[in-house]
Design a binder for this molecule. Structure first.
Ligand code: PFF
Length: 452
């Protein structure tokens, strides 16, 4: 007989764990640099709209599917509909979890390395770019740090749902909040604060290109951990009494607040030092250390900042590993321990090519000069996640009956008609938006526009 499914010990624990999955490098690394590249406030506005029309509806759909089936992504679709097609959406999720964690852990490793650097030597003005380059070009350091990050992730997932994932999130998430608030206040009293607030809160829509809008949609999706069954898996450990719509609102509000606060923390110090907010992916690893090297108390701020990023990355990485682990536990009857160690080790090995793509294999480029790391990131976040999200939206909007959905999310006749609005979004608006995203990211629209 299959062992009883584990559950979250409390609603609060579930909300924190789901917010922990959502809040990660997507908020603290990807959001600020994309925001800097695509015009600040205008990008933020597009991001907020994306969360509302795409993120929140899919988040609710994933939790509904997970809770009603009480299974991993593949098993959940199989449980709810006897069809060969729908479990494929779950398989896509498992594949995406595998790929994302393999390179996410490499970036997690860089963060651990930065924490060690702040403790051992601090940042030296003018040397940040060189230090980053040194880390990038050392295969041994890259692989070692990636391995350490994976070990931490494996350690937490081994504890299971309530005494592993929930317990650690309850510890790390409040700490994350406190550090972020402290650093944001520190940053808002710096001389660049006015400039940064204008940059973020006065949108200049002429800066927002079509690519910027697509990036905002993609970033919102990645940031909320959607499209690969992470929220579905977390929802499958949820008891029947929790109100899904309010929990989902809280999770997306927390995630969005974090992105906005990350912007409010990073841009004032960037502007104070006269640096470029559109520095790209290097914003976190080159621009900020440069800032920390120049400001009074910078070593301490830098230390807390990278600890913050590490906490955020780990609480996301555990949800990625949990998706894959839950599949092996449910479908192949593996013990949690065996699934955790084996899959963690396999994902570590699969991450090695990403770690090498900045040094030994940097010459190995494919499809438009992208290295392995960029290729995997592009494939997972621009194609697999929107595709998975599309499957989830169609399944929730068109395949599940009203009765099935209402058993999970009550149709409360309040002033907002929450259920009805969600239903229209998930049935019509979200799938159309996701198809447009996919047509762009796969290059189909570009190809068509050449001929028409
Ligand atoms: N939401 C995470 C972040 O913002 O860093 C990344 C992520 C975690 C994506 C889990 C997808 C996922 F399933």
């Amino acid at each position: 007989m299959a062992p009883q499914r584990e559950h979250w010990a409390s609603r609060f624990g579930f909300v924190l764990a789901a917010a922990g999955s959502a809040i990660g490098l997507g908020n603290l690394w990807r959001f600020p640099y994309k925001c800097g590249e695509y015009g600040g406030g205008a990008f933020l506005a597009a991001y907020l709209v994306s969360v509302a029309i795409l993120g929140l509806p899919v988040l609710i759909a994933e939790i509904i599917i997970g809770r009603s089936a009480q299974k991993n992504p593949v098993g959940a679709f199989r449980e709810l509909r006897a069809s060969r097609f729908w479990p494929l959406v779950g398989w896509l999720g498992i594949l995406a979890g595998f790929i994302i964690l393999s390179y996410y852990s490499v970036v997690g490793g860089w963060i651990l390395h930065y924490i060690a650097s702040t403790v051992l030597s601090g940042f030296q003005a003018g040397l940040a770019a060189g230090q980053f380059h040194e880390l990038m070009s050392s295969p041994a350091r890259q692989i070692g740090c990636h391995g350490l990050f994976m070990l931490l992730t494996i350690f937490i997932v081994r504890g299971g749902i309530s005494s592993g994932i929930e317990r650690w999130n309850k510890l790390l998430m409040p700490a994350l909040f406190l550090i972020l608030i402290g650093l944001t206040i520190r940053s808002l009293i710096s001389p660049g604060a006015g400039h940064a607030l204008r940059f973020l809160l006065q949108p200049d829509f002429s800066q927002l290109t079509r690519t910027g809008i697509l990036e905002a949609l993609g970033s919102a999706f990645f940031s909320l951990s959607l499209g690969m069954g992470a929220m579905l898996t977390y929802g499958s450990y949820l008891d029947k009494n929790t109100n899904i719509s309010s929990a989902a609102l809280e999770i997306s509000a927390l995630d969005t607040c974090f992105s906005v606060m990350a912007g409010l923390m990073i841009f004032p110090i960037v502007f104070s030092c006269g640096l470029d907010p559109g520095a790209g992916p290097g914003l976190l690893f080159v621009t900020l250390p440069e800032v920390f090297a120049q400001m009074p108390g910078g070593r301490m701020c830098g230390f807390f900042f990278f600890v913050l990023v590490a906490f955020a990355a780990i609480t996301s990485a555990i949800s990625l590993l949990e998706v894959v682990v839950s599949f092996f536990i449910d479908e192949l009857c593996w013990t949690r321990r065996r699934a955790d160690y084996t899959l963690g080790a396999v994902i570590f090995v699969c991450g090695i090519p990403s770690a090498l793509s900045f040094n030994l294999w940097s010459g190995l480029t494919l499809m438009g000069g992208k290295n392995i790391f960029d290729l995997l990131d592009g494939f997972a976040s621009n194609i697999l996640l929107p595709l998975g999200g599309l499957g989830i939206a169609i399944f929730a909007g068109w395949v599940l009956t009203h009765g099935e959905k209402e058993a999970e999310i009550k149709r409360v006749e309040n002033a907002f008609h929450f259920y009805d609005i969600w239903h229209i979004l998930i049935k019509y608006i979200t799938p159309v938006a996701l198809v447009i995203v996919l047509l762009y990211t796969t290059g189909i629209i570009g190809l068509l526009s050449k001929y028409f």
